[in-house]
Write a protein that binds this ligand. Structure first.
Ligand SMILES: NC(=O)c1ccc[n+]([C@@H]2O[C@H](COP(=O)([O-])OP(=O)(O)OC[C@H]3O[C@@H](n4cnc5c(N)ncnc54)[C@H](OP(=O)(O)O)[C@@H]3O)[C@@H](O)[C@H]2O)c1
Length: 368
């Protein structure tokens, strides 16, 4: 994007929440976007951002945001009507109607909520994997009611799906389609938003249930790894080689960073060597990197060779939380290979993905 191009005014929906705070931190100094409007519930609306937000990040609230007045999440609320784009960190129970209204008002919505991920004309886009899904928004503009000229919705994936699908994409790119994937996650408390699971439930404990999380990993992975239909009007969900995926999800007493233990079987007869698999992870590059968008990490996947890595506390901050860490690549006695991966659930798992998706949309002419 040329330096002379004026910055695009953006709004943040759910600005007071866990994902919303990351949006604000990451957008405060962004080269393409400038924060122009903040939205949250009626509990926060009408008050200064710093007054109503339980800020949980280690860096202070950006000075120009502190005194901004939080609005209700309505497209005609002050500030939003001048925005071209909104980033949504809204709870799913309100995201559907609100994001719909912003799209209908001709804003471009980058959402973290689950509501539109399964919509047949809405891209479910992990920026390190499938930006080639983005052109389907043109079909969305004509077929999803109401038709729009500028507005559309792009969602990013569930946070644990994002951490798993990046290494799976690297394996498919190097060795062809996968047949079976088994995933067991160890997910951070921040994944449930603030205040999340009570300390009495999570300290000294593991909770082997996260509502609808397993279904999200199992369903979303095929949409993301699949292609766009020949007519450009939808997604093929990896139909040429259906993926069998099973996920077990656990909440663990970690603040940020979802870990996943993954076992994989390839479709090809002879599985690749561990050395080739390690190389496929380390060499994986994606369109966000070739486009050179500001949030793209220098390495999409960081491979760790120490036997006890990746670890959330040590590795979640690599490349500003915009990459996936992979380690413990080893033979699997049941499937072909197993490994451990780690993603920062609030950055690449949420806010960073939305922002990188928007950067890609700018570079490809989908935001003007
Ligand atoms: N946390 C993660 O790691 C993560 C990762 C990926 C995706 N996500 C998804 O991102 C979304 C936000 O998650 P979060 O963890 O940031 O949740 P959160 O901390 O609970 O924040 C929720 C936000 O939604 C706002 N909100 C609640 N009710 C509202 C209403 N009726 N109208 C307008 N705004 C309302 C809240 O505003 P008030 O402060 O005014 O209540 C707050 O800003 C969810 O859909 C979640 O599934 C989260």
């Amino acid at each position: 994007m040329p330096n002379s191009h004026p910055k695009i005014k953006v709004g943040v929906l759910g600005a007071t929440g866990t994902v919303g705070q990351r949006f604000i931190q990451l957008l405060a100094t962004h080269p393409y976007f400038v924060i122009h409007a903040l939205g949250a519930s009626s509990r926060s609306a009408g008050q200064e951002y710093a007054q109503v937000t339980k800020w949980k990040l280690a860096t202070p609230i950006p000075v120009f945001v502190r005194r901004m007045i939080v609005q209700e999440c309505k497209p005609d609320a002050e500030g939003f009507s001048e925005c071209g784009v909104v980033f949504s960190g809204l709870d799913h129970d309100v995201a559907g109607d609100i994001e719909f209204a912003f799209r209908a008002a001709e804003l471009i919505v980058f959402s973290n909520a689950k509501n539109y991920r399964r919509d047949p004309v809405v891209p479910l886009m992990v920026p390190l994997v499938n930006p080639h899904h983005l052109p389907v928004v043109r079909h969305q503009q004509t077929t999803l009611s109401p038709p729009t000229k500028k507005g559309y919705i792009v969602t990013n994936a569930n946070c644990s799906t994002t951490g798993v699908v990046v290494p799976l994409a690297a394996l498919e790119k190097a060795f062809g389609p996968l047949e079976t994937v088994m995933v067991t996650t160890l997910q951070a408390i921040s994944g449930a938003g603030y205040p999340g699971v009570s300390s009495l439930d999570i300290m000294d404990n593991v909770v082997p249930y996260i509502g609808s999380e397993e279904e999200k990993i199992e369903w979303e992975t095929s949409k993301i790894l699949g292609g766009v239909n020949d007519d450009g009007k939808g997604f093929d969900h990896h139909a040429h080689a259906p993926l069998k995926i099973s996920a077990n999800c656990n909440r663990v007493p970690v603040i940020d960073g979802h870990t996943a233990c993954v076992s994989v079987k390839f479709r090809r007869e002879t599985p690749p060597s561990l050395e080739d698999i390690r190389k496929a992870f380390a060499d994986y590059t994606c369109e966000a990197q070739t486009l050179g968008v500001p949030s793209a990490p220098p390495q999409a996947i960081v491979v760790h060779d120490a036997p006890d890595r990746p670890q959330p506390r040590l590795d979640r901050d690599l490349h500003n939380g915009a990459c996936v860490s992979v380690g413990r690549i080893r033979p699997c006695g049941v499937l072909d290979v197993k490994f451990v991966c780690l993603v920062d659930n609030v950055r690449l798992g949420a806010a960073t993905s939305s922002i990188m998706n928007a950067e890609i949309a700018v570079e490809r002419g989908y935001i003007v």
